[in-house]
Design a binder for this molecule. Structure first.
Ligand SMILES: Cc1cc2nc3c(=O)[nH]c(=O)nc-3n(C[C@H](O)[C@H](O)[C@H](O)COP(=O)(O)O)c2cc1C
Length: 219
């Protein structure tokens, strides 16, 4: 296997490592109770929304989280789809849900190091043959590159590159999650976070935006 990397790749890896370091620094400087770095400590509940009648379409909303904020986003998407008349299961990829029997799938993950969490991209890749036959939408929960300028838009769009390689997406959603907050992280940590493109300040989840996205999904 050729293990050499070109300069662009080196810079890209460096940028991701820098972003992860800034985030780890920022999150690591948070008070112990607000950010759990051990994924086994974070709860990953399942939810059901809407009514299963013979007429209703079944939708699976999958999610992956490290520190918990994506769970609420998945829940909000599921609740909105339930209100639209779909029968919705919200499930964590950690439980390896089967996509069989669903009429549509909405997949999402927290962003760490410039990409989806491994269990989320792993699930999409291993179920791609099923997902190609049903409408599939994807969302990201991130705290950097939330700006409207060309550079941040390009970096944000790239968060879904691997997902697009595996499946054709009917819709894409990018939602700010939780960044370091003024009251629980140091000035240096927040500076480092901003220097690497950090946009979210504290809990930046925009529930109206998330709901509007789910209301507009054509599944
Ligand atoms: C180690 C680490 C790396 C991260 N890397 C990125 C990143 O590359 N880009 C980004 O936009 N956000 C990044 N984030 C921010 C998270 O995506 C954001 O905090 C999100 O809300 C986390 O979702 P979760 O609470 O569901 O895990 C990172 C966070 C951590 C802790």
């Amino acid at each position: 296997m050729d293990t050499t990397i070109d300069r662009r790749e080196f810079v890209r890896i460096g940028a991701c490592a820098g972003a992860a370091t800034a985030l780890a620094l920022a999150v690591g400087c948070s008070s112990a109770g607000t950010a759990k770095s051990d994924e086994s400590e974070v709860e990953t509940p399942s939810f059901k929304y809407g009514e299963e009648t013979g007429m209703s379409k079944r939708v699976l909303v999958g999610y992956a989280t490290r520190t918990g904020s994506t769970t609420g986003v998945a829940e909000a998407i599921g609740r909105t789809l339930g209100e639209r008349g779909y029968a919705v299961d919200v499930k964590p990829f950690r439980d390896k849900p089967s996509p069989g029997g669903y009429d549509a799938v909405v997949v999402g993950s927290a962003i760490n190091g410039g990409a989806w969490l491994p269990e989320a991209i792993g699930w999409v890749e291993s179920n791609s043959s099923v997902l190609r036959d049903v409408p599939t939408a994807a969302y990201c929960v991130h705290s950097m590159n939330g700006g409207a300028d060309e550079k941040q838009t390009r970096k944000r769009t790239a968060y879904l590159d691997k997902v697009r390689d595996a499946v054709t997406l009917a819709a894409e959603g990018f939602f700010l999650g939780k960044g370091p907050a003024a009251d629980d992280s140091s000035l240096i940590a927040r500076w480092a976070f901003k220097a690497f493109g950090g946009t979210a300040e504290g809990d930046a989840r925009d529930w109206d935006k998330i709901k509007a996205w789910a209301e507009g999904l054509e599944l």
